[in-house]
Structures are given as structure tokens and as C-alpha cells.
Design a protein around this ligand. Structure first.
Ligand code: AMP
Length: 392
């Protein structure tokens, strides 16, 4: 299985940014690191911008700039040193993106960030475009709760509308009282109340769209979360071909509507009645797409680079079924994990992000396994992770 990207003639209007050029990355985590590795493989230079130093991205970049995202003069200087800017961290302000866009293309553009960095705007955008999503209501003040809970019912999930990830700022609530507490715990920030979906499974579709509209996708990837954090992904997802193609069409429509240039991950719930609901959008490579590094002819990071630079997209064909297991800081609780034990499995690949401090729930790395089927890849990758905890 696997796919070649949709053929679109490379327009002569779009002048590609060629190898040798410097690409700027806003943000400096593992997504930027894997992007930088792909970019340097193809002969590009990478400059990263974030408030920290010795970061996962900085460690593999040509230049690491440490400044606040609000220091617009520093952002302007950064943009003047590169030929295009992309991001791996979505919570940069509109002012920061505008400052960079005054000098070079920012891909994906500021409008995509604006639509997706706030859950209320994102859900509003989905609803306006007829994309099925969870029931939701805005909770901007405590007084909004009675009407919101009447409409959504219980159980429900309260989520902070801005800057939430991996379940941070989220609470499942079963009564008005609990919803009120969740609002107060979030220090009065704008929130969204979502209907709780008793889903059959969760999956995502990672897509890429080029400067000239060329489209590519890696099919459906099934996801399992633990404590709201992604734990295991495997591809292809175990779903019917009909659901598969509905989800891909929906993701393609979203990429077109957003006029995306870059990579977009669409996270879905498959309900018990066979409906697909969009949970969340991320306009960048995504944790569930990490398995594409080893399993696909073109990884999500190389594809981001190609899209950002105006190059043709690469083939997204899979060379095997695959599974990915996250390695959180929790694994270090009893000392350094047993890396040789996991590496002893021949079809397993180790990815570590260069983070020094293994804090609980911190994403430190991941393992990928390739196999004949997604099920068998998932078994292997979980076994490999288990072996990390074994003293031999
Ligand atoms: P999010 O940060 O919105 O992606 O949420 C993280 C995880 O929490 C999701 O992947 C689901 O496992 C769970 N979750 C979020 N929203 C809902 C919902 N409305 N109903 C059921 N589970 C949810």
C-alpha cells in the first residue's frame, strides 16, 4: 500500500528555494530537530529561534538564536538571515509571524496559525466549513456555563481554548459544579466545553500541500493515548476502506480550505456508529507521523521541507507497515533505559531528542518498528519498549 503524491505540474511561477539556502524554524523541540536533520541531509542550512539554548533543534542546527518570541527586533534579524521561515511550535503570536513575514515567506502562513492555535477558532472554522467535529460551546466567563452545559450535556470535557497540548488544561466533567471548578482552575481563561465522545478508536491523517497545491498523504494512522498523551501509533489504521477514504478526503478539503503550504495533521475520533469527527488540527508534522521517517519513502519532515521550499513533494509510499511508541521521561525513573536491549531487535529504530532532563511525561524520544502488518509492528515496538526497563 502507499501512495504517490497527486501529480500537479510544478508551476514555473514558483521559484523554489534551493539547497544551500538557510531555513528558519520558530521553536526548538523534537519536531524542529527532525525537520533540521531532513533539511541538512538535503544540503540546507537551519537556523532555529526560541527562548532556550542547547535545544533539541539547536543541537543539530547551523545557528541557534535564543530570544523571546515577543522580541520582534530579534525575530526580524532572524528572518533576514534565512530564505523562508517555518515553525514547529504553534503558540507564537501573530505579531511574531508578521515580523518574520515582512522579510521572507512564512510557511504555513499566519492565517493557518491563527485558525488553529485557539480551540474555539479551530472548531468554528471546522463547523463553518461543514467538517464534522465534536459538539462544543464557548465558556468565556463563569456565567456562560449554564447555557453551555444545557446544550452539550454530561459527561463533557472542559479545555482551555488557547495554548493547550497533551491534555494540559483539560478536565472531564460530570456536573455543573465540576465544570465550574475546571473553569476556576484555569484561572478564568477562555475555555471550550466539548461533548465527551465515547469513541471506537482514534486516528490521524497527516497530509502535505505544496506551494502550487500539490497534495500528498500517508493514509490513516491509528493512535492510542495514555493520560491524554500519545503512547502508540500504527499504520495503516485498522478501519474499513470507506472510513479511510472519507477521512483522507476530509483532510484534503481542510488543507485546501486553509490554503496550506506545509504539513497538517488532522486528528479524528471514529465513533461507535461509524461517524468520523475531527478532534484537532496541527499545522505541522505530528507525533503520530514520526513513523514515516523509517516507514515511508518520504518522511513528514522531508515533506515539510519540500513544501516550504517550493520543491515537488516526494512519494509517501510505505516500505512496510509500522508502529511507533513514545519514550517519556517516566522510563528513566530507575536509571538509564537499557538501550542495547531494544536495539537488539533488528526491525526497531531508536530516536532520541537530545533532552538532558528526563522529567515525568516529557517526550524524550520514540521507537519505531517495521513489520508485515501494523499489528505485528505494534507488538514488536511495545516489546522493545518493555525491554528498555529490563536489567540484564
Ligand atoms: P486533545 O488535546 O484535544 O487532542 O486531547 C487529548 C486526548 O484526550 C484525545 O486524543 C482523546 O484521547 C481525549 N479527548 C479529547 N477530547 C475528547 C472528547 N471530546 N471526547 C473524548 N475524549 C477526548
Amino acid at each position: 500500500y502507499g501512495r504517490a503524491p497527486a501529480k500537479v505540474a510544478v508551476s514555473s511561477r514558483v521559484k523554489p528555494i534551493l539547497p544551500g539556502a538557510a531555513i528558519g524554524v520558530l521553536g526548538s523541540g523534537q519536531l524542529g530537530r527532525m525537520f533540521a536533520i531532513a533539511a541538512r541531509q538535503m544540503g540546507y542550512r537551519v537556523h532555529t529561534f526560541s527562548p532556550e539554548t542547547d535545544t533539541p533543534t539547536g543541537q543539530v542546527s547551523d545557528i541557534e538564536i535564543a530570544a523571546s518570541y515577543d522580541d520582534l527586533d530579534a525575530v526580524r534579524r532572524f528572518a533576514q538571515g534565512v530564505q523562508a521561515v517555518t515553525f514547529e511550535f504553534e503558540n507564537v503570536s501573530a505579531a511574531c509571524v508578521e515580523a518574520a513575514a515582512g522579510f521572507v515567506p512564512v510557511r504555513p502562513g499566519g492565517a493557518v496559525l491563527h485558525a488553529t492555535q485557539n480551540r474555539l477558532r479551530e472548531k468554528g472554522f471546522l463547523a463553518q466549513n461543514g467538517i464534522p467535529t465534536t459538539e462544543f460551546a464557548a465558556v468565556r466567563r463563569l456565567g456562560d456555563l449554564p447555557a453551555a452545559t444545557r446544550r452539550i450535556g454530561f459527561p463533557a470535557i472542559m479545555k482551555s481554548a488557547g495554548s493547550g497540548y497533551d491534555g494540559k488544561g483539560q478536565a472531564k466533567v460530570a456536573s455543573m459544579e465540576e465544570a465550574g471548578k475546571a473553569f476556576i482552575n484555569c484561572s478564568g481563561q477562555e475555555m471550550i466545553l466539548e461533548g465527551f465522545v465515547d469513541f471506537e478508536l482514534e486516528f490521524s491523517v497527516v497530509v502535505a500541500r505544496g506551494v502550487d497545491g500539490q497534495f500528498a498523504h500517508w493514509g490513516t494512522i491509528q493512535n492510542r493515548h495514555k493520560h491524554h498523551i500519545l503512547d502508540l501509533s500504527f499504520a495503516p489504521a485498522q478501519m474499513s476502506a470507506a472510513v479511510d477514504s472519507r477521512a483522507i478526503e476530509c483532510s484534503r478539503a481542510l488543507a485546501d480550505k486553509l490554503d496550506l503550504v506545509g504539513v497538517l495533521c488532522v486528528e479524528f475520533f471514529l465513533t461507535r456508529s461509524g461517524e468520523i469527527l475531527v478532534n484537532e488540527l496541527a499545522p505541522r508534522p505530528h507525533n503520530s507521523g514520526h513513523l514515516t521517517i523509517n516507514a515511508s519513502r518520504t518522511s513528514q519532515f522531508e515533506q515539510q521541507l519540500r513544501a516550504v521550499c517550493g520543491l515537488p513533494l516526494g512519494s509517501t509510499e510505505f516500505v512496510a507497515a509500522a508502529a511507533m511508541a513514545n519514550l517519556l521521561g517516566d522510563l528513566w525513573q530507575n536509571g538509564e533505559p537499557n538501550w542495547p536491549a531494544a536495539c537488539a531487535l533488528p526491525d526497531v529504530k531508536l530516536h532520541l531528542y537530545g533532552k538532558i532532563e528526563p522529567r515525568l511525561e516529557r517526550k524524550m524520544g520514540h521507537l519505531t518498528a517495521l513489520a508485515g502488518t501494523a499489528e505485528s509492528a505494534a507488538r514488536t515496538v511495545l516489546l522493545a519498549r518493555e525491554k528498555l526497563l529490563r536489567v540484564e
